[in-house]
Design a protein around this ligand. Structure first.
Ligand code: CMC
Length: 435
């Protein structure tokens, strides 16, 4: 048996039954084959060759990446090798941001410098304020944020120079710094409140809370439990490898687009209810269910495919999302300060039923990051429209890390998938009177 293992070649032998020819395809890194290796398999020389068909990329790696590791079967999430549980317990969002962006945890002076740069770049041009003021009173917060981020490109037109790593690092820190400021402008516009400028002596999350919630006081001091809870939530949302929005960021960036336009695209992907918009959808769902008594009929609707249990299920996790476990614990700490969220009982009962129900068990559907986060946000005073924004702020770090990794990767070219054409074969134009 031992001999067999040592003799084994890391290849696939592929037999084309159309031609009786055999091909040897290399297996890389244990279980990876290169799709381009299949192009040599043809019936006639002029054929295109075999290509793989993988709608929604369920079994296709689009890149090598060293940023985030997920083991979906065992509910494991690591940033640059560090388990998410340790980072959530022992680290801060800015420290984790540095780790994700630079690859290693910062030492004291590196963290001080990074924090200083972020703090110094929090202001936005006053015209961005004017832009935000131009939206209707009920414009969705995420749409406003997307517009604000896209507009940043008009203020930094030199940011086309994405090939220079030093300049790129400045661009990255600039955006990470400005995201809370933009989100603050969005919130205050909704509320019709005067805008609050960044306070440099506050932490990243405290400054964010200050720009949203400071009213009628000269100095704003958030409750430390809530400030820390938000920091933990930001850590949990910072990156999640090749998800829909990270892929969007890479695809747009592969055309060498400026980072602001690419971020706006990634944020558009995040906004969808199957992705980062799910936290908002969960809260609206819980409100609609309204009472534990209504859960059975709601669950019948889910199982009959009339609707989805939002905040449940994941393409990669087939076990409990590790972020959801941490969020559940954080929720308890937050509710000690804010009082228990009325909708928590409905959420807990939904989870209890789902974890025992054959429909959910057989499909490996567990709570994901969005199931409990909305309850925390609501208890902290954020309106539901801000929930996707609260996801986008920390995920900006992940998007930028993914974007930079893509730019530095010599194997990456402009993203351009193939298609299997199913339309009409060539035919002649028919004049309108003959149709
Ligand atoms: N409620 C009810 N049924 C579900 C759900 C759900 N939330 N999620 C998946 N299913 C069913 C689905 O109907 C399908 O059943 P069947 O095999 O009978 O056709 C099966 O489970 C597999 O689902 P899928 O849609 O093929 O799975 P996917 O990997 O394409 O979708 C997902 C993943 C996250 C989009 C999906 O689970 C979903 O829509 N969840 C609700 C939205 C949500 O919470 N999104 C947040 C994801 S985590 C954070 C983030 O990515 O931003």
């Amino acid at each position: 048996m031992a001999d067999k293992v040592s003799d084994a070649k890391d290849t696939l032998t592929v037999r084309d039954n159309r031609t009786d020819r055999e091909y040897e395809i290399d297996i890389h890194e244990g279980d990876v084959v290169k799709a381009m290796d299949f192009r040599q398999i043809k019936v006639k020389d002029e054929d295109f060759g075999i290509m793989s068909y993988d709608p929604s990329f369920s079994n296709t790696a689009s890149t090598r990446s060293s940023i985030t590791f997920i083991d979906g079967a065992n509910g494991i999430l690591e940033y640059r090798g560090y388990p998410i549980e340790q980072l959530a317990e022992k680290s801060t969002f800015l420290e984790v941001s540095y780790l994700i962006l630079r690859g290693e945890l910062p030492n004291k002076s590196e963290l001080d410098e990074f924090t200083g740069t972020i703090t110094n770049h929090t202001y936005v041009h006053e015209n961005i304020k004017t832009l935000m003021n131009s939206f209707r009173y009920d414009a969705h917060a995420m749409s406003m944020l997307i517009s604000g981020v896209a507009a940043l490109n008009t203020f930094y037109p030199e940011d086309k120079s994405i090939r220079d790593p030093d300049y790129r690092w400045l661009q990255i820190q600039r955006v990470v710094a400005k995201m809370p400021t933009l989100a603050g402008l969005v919130y205050r516009h909704h509320r019709g409140l005067p805008r609050v400028y960044p306070e440099n002596e506050l932490s990243y999350t405290a400054n964010f809370l200050n720009m949203l919630f400071r009213i009628g006081v000269r100095e704003y001091k958030p409750n430390p439990v809530l400030e820390r809870a938000l920091d933990v939530l930001f850590i949990l949302h910072a990156d999640h490898e090749q998800n829909c929005s990270a892929t969007t960021m890479r695809v747009i960036g592969s055309a060498r687009t400026d980072p602001y336009s690419a971020l706006a695209g990634a944020m558009g992907a995040l906004f969808g209810p199957l992705h980062g918009g799910a936290n908002e959808a969960v809260l609206r769902m819980l409100r609609r269910i309204n009472s534990v008594d209504n859960i059975p009929s709601f669950m019948d609707g889910v199982k009959n495919k009339k609707e989805r249990l939002m905040g449940f299920g994941h393409r990669v996790y087939k076990a409990y999302d590790p972020r959801a476990s941490i969020i559940k614990r954080t929720a308890d700490e937050v509710f000690e300060v804010t009082g228990r969220n009325r909708l928590l009982d409905i959420a807990l009962e939904l989870e209890k039923i789902a974890l025992e129900d054959e429909y959910f068990v057989s499909r490996n559907l567990y709570p994901n990051v969005d199931f409990y986060s909305g309850l925390i946000y609501q208890s902290m005073g954020f309106p539901v429209e801000m929930f996707p924004v609260l996801f986008a702020i920390p995920r900006t770090v992940g998007w930028l890390a993914q974007w930079e990794e893509m730019l530095e990767d010599n194997e990456q070219r402009i993203s351009r998938p193939r298609q299997v054409f199913t339309g009409k074969p060539r035919r002649d134009f028919v004049p309108i009177e003959s149709r």
